[in-house]
Write a protein that binds this ligand. Structure first.
Ligand code: NAD
Ligand code: IPM
Ligand code: MG
Length: 365
């Protein structure tokens, strides 16, 4: 198949991990005879430096015309002055809004080989397989902001329609999994959460085969650590989802491991690891590209419909997590490019084994 993929490497470790993900996609294209055309554009701090805007028109236009967008990370100390008129993160938020990608899928899986890195004991890690569905284009991130010298406000607003669509997405996904949705809110305090809860409750009636539970976000932060294996699909609003998924990454062993897919109504999606620009390690060649590579696998699955290819990439990543090499954040000494080479070598092996298997089954060659 032919696909047009826009890459937005961004700032800090963004370009390092994106290069690894692109190399893996190129290896997939070579193995399976696909034509992926990559087009690189600016976003974030590097875009501010080059054009004055964190999301230049050319970048947005290219993303709107692409089949999928692969993003690294934005931001960093250079652009973090609280007085700065424009910030890198605004470019990312504007892109999410413009693409209409309201459902941010953030899967949490714990690889057994990394269990010792988790703050949780091994018995708690068994059966951990959670899919966070984070609402991505509403809430406090996008409400009106005011500022006077001694007061600041961020409006948190949700409409029923915004909650309905992300809830339906969560229930649809739950039907492909273990049919259990946990909706996380702060309905004991926030009006937006009361609207969230009643809307989720009403939509749940359309899915009688899926179990729904509500959980307040503060206790959810605790329960995620004490019983992570209990959860299947967790749907929540923008800010709560941001915070809970970094916590989830700690359970997996590193922030560098978790991928994400941001989806709207069509097949076009935005794919990014959940971590940031990691200024403390940027430019050192030591960033873990696993989250970015697994985001590329999600791109294959959700935007291009290439399920087998996605599964091959995930299997290759799992093999590297099992046998190494490992980057520093997960206890190894390898660099970003070592992981990229190892994943591509594992991919080559998996594809060859699969071909041998099918060939054997058909008694060919
Ligand atoms: N999607 C995004 O573009 C995104 C996401 C989160 C944060 N940010 C931005 O990134 C900047 C830095 O934020 P922060 O320091 O709070 O969070 P961060 O995610 O950049 O880093 C937190 C910690 O995790 C480590 N880490 C992150 N990614 C890693 C990887 N791939 N491999 C190994 N270690 C990794 C870092 O070294 C750091 O110690 C801020 O400007 C923030 O706004 C951007
Ligand atoms: C950089 C920031 C705007 C972003 C968010 O809060 O959504 C990041 O933390 C993330 O998780 O993707
Ligand atoms: Mg975040």
């Amino acid at each position: 198949m032919k696909a047009r993929i826009v890459t937005l490497p961004g700032d800090g470790v963004g370009p390092e991990v994106t290069a690894a993900a692109v190399a893996v996609l190129q290896a997939v294209a070579a193995h399976f005879d696909h034509e992926f055309a990559f087009e690189e554009h600016l976003i974030g701090g590097c875009a501010i430096d080059a054009t004055g805007s964190p999301l230049p028109d050319a970048s947005l236009k290219a993303c709107q015309q692409a089949d999928a967008v692969l993003l690294g990370a934005v931001g960093g100390p250079k652009w973090s002055d609280p007085q700065a008129p424009v910030r890198p993160e605004q470019g990312l938020l504007a892109l999410r809004a413009a693409l209409g990608v309201y459902a941010n899928l953030r899967p949490l899986n714990v690889h057994p080989a990394l269990a010792a890195l988790s703050p949780l004991k091994e018995d708690k890690l068994r059966h951990v397989d959670v899919l966070f569905v984070r609402e991505l284009t509403g809430g406090a991130y996008f409400g009106a902001k005011t500022r006077t010298p001694d007061t600041a406000t961020d409006e948190c607003k949700y409409t029923v329609a915004e909650v309905e669509r992300v809830t339906r997405r969560a229930f649809e996904l739950a039907r492909e999994r273990r049919r259990h949705v946990t909706s996380v809110d702060k309905a004991n305090v926030l009006e937006t959460s009361r609207l969230w809860r009643s809307t989720v409750q009403r939509i749940a009636a359309e899915y009688p085969d899926v179990k729904l539970e509500h959980q307040l976000v503060d206790s959810m932060a605790m329960l995620l650590l004490t019983q992570p294996g209990y959860y299947d699909v967790v749907v929540t609003e923008n800010l709560f989802g941001d915070i809970l998924t970094d916590e989830a990454a700690a359970i997996a062993g590193s922030l560098g491991l978790l991928p994400s897919a941001s989806l709207g109504e069509g097949s076009r999606g935005l794919y990014e690891p959940i971590h940031g620009s990691a200024p403390d390690i940027a430019g050192k060649g030591v960033a873990n590209p696993t989250g970015a590579i697994l985001s590329a696998a999600m791109l294959l699955r959700h935007s291009l419909g290439l399920e087998d290819e996605a599964a091959h990439v995930e299997a290759a990543v799992a093999q590297v997590l099992e046998h190494g090499p490992h980057t520093r954040d997960i206890g190894g000494h390898a660099g970003t490019t070592d992981i990229r080479h190892a994943v591509i070598a594992a991919l080559d092996e998996h594809v060859a084994n699969a071909e041998a298997f099918f060939c054997g089954a058909r008694a060919c060659g």
